[in-house]
Design a protein around this ligand. Structure first.
Ligand SMILES: C[S@@+](CC[C@H](N)C(=O)[O-])C[C@H]1O[C@@H](n2cnc3c(N)ncnc32)[C@H](O)[C@@H]1O
Length: 290
């Protein structure tokens, strides 16, 4: 039975982390509460094959988890968070101090260093200082977003977020692997949450070129046949619901579909050079296999 629900963000449960580790447009930080509220009460291992900035993982704070991503610097950040949180805190404090003294110079140095040698520490700073948190990569993998006009979060606030997130992700094994490898680790009784790269407007943000949706569907089918529950986030409706993204999803694979309403999109505003998009409303869609 396939039924639809419309869920507004006001329904959020009180377990959200106090702030985001990375400022990253398109991540699931503001939806994570609602998304996790649809997860079952009981499961063995929680598996997240497209962990990204870890927003859903950190909100769930699972007892036992495996999380993967192909973007090396992201996994570096999450591993540092788990094993060397002080390194993140110290680096942030040092670089933000020099950023606040000479913004343009510090930003261009970090951007250059990251693009020469991609690494987690510089990606962290770029995500916190770039324009609107629009972390954008070219096809070659270089980061291209200009500096943002805002004052970045202070080092003390950032340190408090690190310590909170460290606790929330302490039971997770992080893998720098394609989703096919991470998802294939799921066993009966496990829960998988997939937030693949956006197929529509955000493909550029998350390197969607390495991602095959049909392959993901095949993996989800296998999970279901093994007794694994799967939740899948996909791009929902755009332009206030007039355009629905068409994706080939076999009938019967998912039992429920949830629309999450989230207001207008920062990405659209950025692409329109700061102009407000009237009538734009991105709806997140969540499909549940149980
Ligand atoms: C939409 S983002 C996930 C965002 C995440 N839910 C969050 O809140 O930050 C998709 C992620 O999938 C990763 N990705 C892209 N192709 C992948 C692949 N083939 N296997 C694993 N991860 C992949 C990207 O690096 C990106 O971090």
């Amino acid at each position: 039975m396939f039924y639809q629900e419309f869920v507004h963000q006001q329904m959020l449960l009180p377990t959200k982390p106090k702030g985001q580790l990375l400022k990253w447009v398109g991540n699931k930080y503001r939806y994570a509460h609602t998304i996790t509220s649809f997860f079952p009460d009981r499961y063995n291992t929680y598996i997240e094959p497209f962990v990204g900035t870890g927003a859903v993982l950190a909100t769930l704070a699972p007892q036992k988890a495996i999380a993967g991503d192909v973007l090396v610097p992201l996994i570096e950040i999450l591993r540092l968070l788990q094993n060397e949180p002080q390194t993140l805190i110290d680096y942030y404090a040092k670089v933000i101090r020099s950023f606040n003294q000479d913004r343009e110079k510090t930003y261009s140095e970090i951007l250059k260093r990251y693009n020469t040698s991609p690494n987690g520490l510089d990606l962290l700073i770029l995500s916190r200082t770039c324009y609107g948190g629009v972390v954008r990569f070219t096809r070659e993998g270089t980061m291209s977003t200009p500096i943002g006009p805002h004052k970045p979060m202070g080092p003390e606030t950032f340190a408090a977020i690190v310590m909170e997130w460290k606790e929330r992700i302490k039971n997770t094994i992080f893998l720098n692997k394609p989703f096919t490898e991470t998802i294939s680790m799921a066993r009966e009784g496990d829960l998988v949450y997939c937030d693949p790269p956006y197929i529509d407007s955000q493909s550029i943000l998350y390197g969607a070129q390495s991602f095959d949706f049909a392959e993901l569907i095949a993996q989800i089918q296998q999970c279901k046949s093994k007794g694994v529950k799967v939740a899948l986030s996909i791009d929902g409706k755009k332009k206030s619901g007039t355009k629905t993204i068409k994706l080939e999803i076999p009938p019967g694979l998912f039992e429920r579909e949830v629309y999450l309403s989230g207001g207008s999109s920062m990405l659209k505003r950025f692409q329109n050079e700061g102009r407000e998009m009237i009538g734009e409303d991105i709806h997140e869609r969540l499909l549940l296999s149980w």
